[in-house]
Design a binder for this molecule. Structure first.
Ligand code: EPZ
Length: 421
């Protein structure tokens, strides 16, 4: 298993390119199951999660080709060969459950393994199941698999989600896009990645109103067609790299992202003295000249502070002046990075969904363990500023969601290298 070695203390100067959004691409790829025509996705990120999803979709009958070294993905599913999404693949990546809605819409049945829990939580699917059953599906759980059927087809109706689940919203929209009649979803997730999927579906012939809002109205159609769609930029990758020059010092231009998708996050940074200046190709980020001030953070559904940037923000606040409270409201166990940061000298107290971080003057490098995707990159951020050497283990977590981290950071002056073992 590869490890990443970082020697902390170097300030960063240079440019970092932002790739297409992992969580948008993972919601766009299953759209191939809704049409026999060709779906082309451009600006795709080159990540292991994308490869995992390619494997799963091909097992269902999709023909998928990567072009332009993986930046362009061409998908077509002339026929569905099987409706069974196997545990071996689904357990590796929860987003695999996004084949449930499209398989039900196209084939009227699906057998999808429950993904099982992961480091950040139990990750149940009750909201997906209840919503799809309201559309007329019958879903039973047997041997760890969801057996879903819609013998009479799916029928549109009004559905209020108990929680604005991103995945449940996406599964529901895909299913409803080919249901009979109108579906009105209230309390829908309005993350930009959901909006990107809606935009692509509309270009495939779906009739959907309310993109970007929590009320989505879908007029079911009998057929969807091919399309060509550019994946939106990755706001979480952008936010992650915005923190690098703040934690390590220096000034970095983040290229290709869309700062408008990070309003809650950037407002927090600006309130503690960070400067974020628009440039021709993106934004230039620089930390305050004196020590960063502590600040409280509460994760919320979009457009609130993203849970996917909580671990990275904690890494930043471990050396702030004062005490910060991070309140994680989306996942029940998303503080696995805290014990690793404590190994680096951070002072963090976890109780319930809150982490109380008492700023220390400087972290010290140490061997640490990546436990999940965002925790792994928070280790990297902490290591950039820590005194001495840090070795991050299990970096396969990192490769799920970040392209060439060591290259992007070393191009800005960081002393970072991957040790291939
Ligand atoms: C998506 O996961 C993202 N993944 C996550 O990003 C992100 O953290 C999350 O949305 C929240 O923004 C992808 O888009 C592939 P949810 P998803 O359904 O859809 C509970 C990353 O690091 N819940 O909005 O699985 C659930 O347990 C990943 O890139 C139910 O209780 O998130 C969680 O506590 C991590 N029942 C909360 O809702 C359900 O049926 C949010 O889950 C569904 C969800």
């Amino acid at each position: 298993m590869d490890t990443i070695l970082i020697k902390g203390g170097k300030s960063l100067n240079g440019k970092i390119d932002i790739a297409g959004a992992k969580n948008a691409c993972l919601a766009l790829m299953p759209l191939t199951l809704l049409t026999e025509d060709k779906l082309t996705l451009t600006n795709a990120p080159k990540l292991s999660d994308i490869n995992t999803f390619k494997q799963l979709l091909e097992s269902l009958g999709a023909e998928i080709e990567f072009k332009k070294s993986g930046r362009e993905i061409i998908l077509s599913t002339p026929e569905i060969k099987t409706v069974r999404a196997d545990y071996e693949i689904v357990r590796k990546m929860r987003a695999s459950n996004l084949v449930l809605g499209p398989l039900l819409a196209r084939e009227g049945h699906a057998i999808v393994s429950l993904p099982g829990g992961c480091a950040i939580g139990a990750r149940p699917m009750d909201i997906h199941i209840d919503a799809l059953e309201m559309l007329g599906a019958k879903i039973d759980l047997r041997d760890g698999y969801l057996f879903a059927t819609a013998a009479k087809g799916l029928k549109g109706c009004a559905i209020n989600l108990p929680f604005a689940s991103v995945g449940a919203t996406e599964n529901l929209i895909m299913a409803a896009s080919m249901a009979k009649g109108t579906t009105i979803i209230t309390n829908a997730a309005c993350e930009p990645e959901v909006g990107d999927m809606i935009e692509c579906l509309i270009s495939m012939g779906a009739i959907i109103e309310g993109k970007g809002t929590s009320k989505i109205i879908i007029e079911g159609v009998s057929q969807l067609y091919g399309a060509k769609h550019a994946v939106i930029s990755d706001r979480i990758e952008m936010g992650t790299y915005m923190l690098a020059p703040i934690i390590a010092g220096g000034e970095v231009e983040i290229i290709g992202g869309n700062i408008k998708l990070l309003e809650a996050f950037s407002e927090k940074l600006i309130s503690i003295g960070v400067t974020i200046t628009n440039s021709l190709d993106g934004v230039i980020v620089k930390g305050p000249d004196d020590r960063l001030q502590a600040i409280d953070v509460k994760t919320e559904i979009y457009p609130g502070f993203p849970t996917d940037l909580q671990a990275q923000m904690m890494a930043l606040l471990t050396t702030a002046n004062g005490t910060s409270i991070l309140h994680e409201t989306i996942f029940e166990n998303r503080f696995m990075h805290a014990p690793e940061l404590i190994r680096m000298g951070a002072k963090i107290d976890i109780s319930g969904g809150k982490a109380v971080v008492e700023g220390v003057s400087r972290l010290k490098g140490a061997p640490v363990m990546a436990t999940d995707l965002r925790a792994s990159v928070s280790m990297i951020l902490a290591a950039l500023a820590a005194e001495g050497e840090t070795v991050v283990n299990r970096v396969y977590h990192l490769d799920r969601g970040y392209e060439n981290v060591e290259e992007k950071l070393s191009n800005c002056g960081a002393i970072i290298e991957r040790i291939i073992t």
